[in-house]
Design a binder for this molecule. Structure first.
Ligand SMILES: *Cc1c(COP(=O)(O)O)cnc(C)c1O
Length: 374
């Protein structure tokens, strides 16, 4: 059994993906080939956003987004404490400081109540005023944007949505990757929409930001690559990866339906034994991960391992506990307690999740979780 089975998907799409890659080999435009622009247009249509700018990976996408929002040395960026390292790493790469906010144990996402408390605490201590709220659609579930957007407006903050795991999620039919002033995703192979290498994209309805992001991703170009008007970076999606993504995007809606059916079966079979992930009314998750919570996580995990069932702990450490941030002033990066996030890191366990988990395997996994607890 595999944790994320990319081979099943490839067997189903093999002839289409192979011929798309062959087309790139035939025309030979490996960088900025026609598939890249075609993909950007398809992503704009799919997400209903004005601008999609592809880039080299999801971490670059975050850096590009932060730079477009004018995040600079010394700025503060609010960020959930319980997420993948890259979310806060991108902030630090821009010279800014992450300020960690506690998460909601039911959704795993940044808690709007803690978010506002943290903003008020920073103001009370007359520390620098934060500039951006970096939200994460963790494990595929969009964050609580209705509340977060209200807080952002009230305190004059911009929102950067890290939808590296969130591509495919929705709130009342509005798609993730369109909730931030700037939103980003990753096409890392195991993400809901993954390519066969590294890849990412930045999305925005703001044309001025889009222009800056396109420039930053191509050495700060002006009229062309040899007219350089700002310091940028080199961050491009390879044509072959765009070709793969074009075919995968075709079947993506069907795959979302399959992931949601699998999640429903997990809920039904496990709901009485562990805490299954909550999906608020009106929300749809892309199920980048199916993550349960239990005080007996280690027992479950080792029992599953004896039956060759893979499971993963995303994430064992919160970001304020990472050594990389150890030298930062803890009164700035964690002004309030982060107890819910710490508890999450001690209780979470992700089970195999991809569109092609068989009924038989769901059954084996769930029965094994139950046995491990008896
Ligand atoms: C995967 C991921 C990223 C980084 O994406 P890469 O393409 O691996 O650089 C950023 N944020 C979150 C939440 C992720 O899961």
């Amino acid at each position: 059994m595999q944790f994320i089975d990319l081979n099943s998907q490839y067997s189903l799409l093999k002839s289409k993906i192979d011929s798309r890659i062959q087309q790139v080999l035939n025309h030979g435009a490996y960088i900025n080939g026609p598939e890249v622009n075609e993909l950007e247009i398809r992503l704009q249509e799919f997400l209903n956003v004005k601008n999609a700018i592809t880039c080299a990976n999801g971490t670059d996408a975050l850096v590009l987004g932060l730079l477009a929002l004018d995040v600079q040395q010394g700025d503060l960026v609010l960020c959930p404490a319980f997420t993948f390292f890259a979310s806060a790493e991108a902030v630090a790469v821009c010279g800014a400081t992450p300020v960690f906010v506690d998460c909601d144990p039911n959704t795993f996402n940044i808690c709007p109540v803690s978010l506002e408390k943290t903003i008020l605490e920073l103001q009370a201590r007359t520390l620098a005023i934060p500039k951006v709220i970096l939200t994460v659609d963790l494990f595929g579930l969009p964050a609580d944007y209705e509340s977060i957007i209200k807080i952002a407006k009230k305190h004059n903050l911009k929102i950067l949505e890290d939808a590296a795991q969130g591509f495919g999620g929705t709130i009342n039919n509005v798609k993730a990757c369109s909730f931030g002033d700037v939103s980003t995703t990753s096409f890392f192979p195991s993400k809901p929409l993954g390519c066969y290498g590294d890849g990412g994209a930045v999305f925005t309805n703001n044309d001025a930001y889009a222009q800056i992001i396109r420039s930053l991703a191509q050495h700060g170009k002006g009229v062309d690559k040899y007219d350089n008007i700002r310091i940028g970076m080199n961050s491009r999606l390879d044509t072959i990866q765009a070709a793969v993504l074009l075919e995968k995007l075709e079947v993506f809606p069907e795959e979302m339906a399959l992931r949601n059916e699998i999640a429903d079966r997990y809920h039904q079979m496990l709901g009485d034994y562990v805490i299954t992930p909550a999906v608020p009314k009106g929300f749809i998750s892309s199920w980048a991960q199916y993550t349960i919570r239990s005080e007996h996580r280690e027992t479950i995990k080792s029992y599953l391992a004896t039956r060759d069932i893979p499971s993963m702990i995303y994430y064992k450490k919160c970001l304020h506990q990472q050594k990389a941030f150890a030298e930062l002033d803890s009164s700035v990066i964690s002004p309030l307690d982060l107890n819910q996030s710490v508890q999450l890191s001690n209780q979470v366990l992700s089970l195999p999740m991809h569109p092609y988990v068989t009924d038989e395997n769901i059954h084996i996994i769930c029965e094994s979780v139950k046995s491990s607890l008896s």
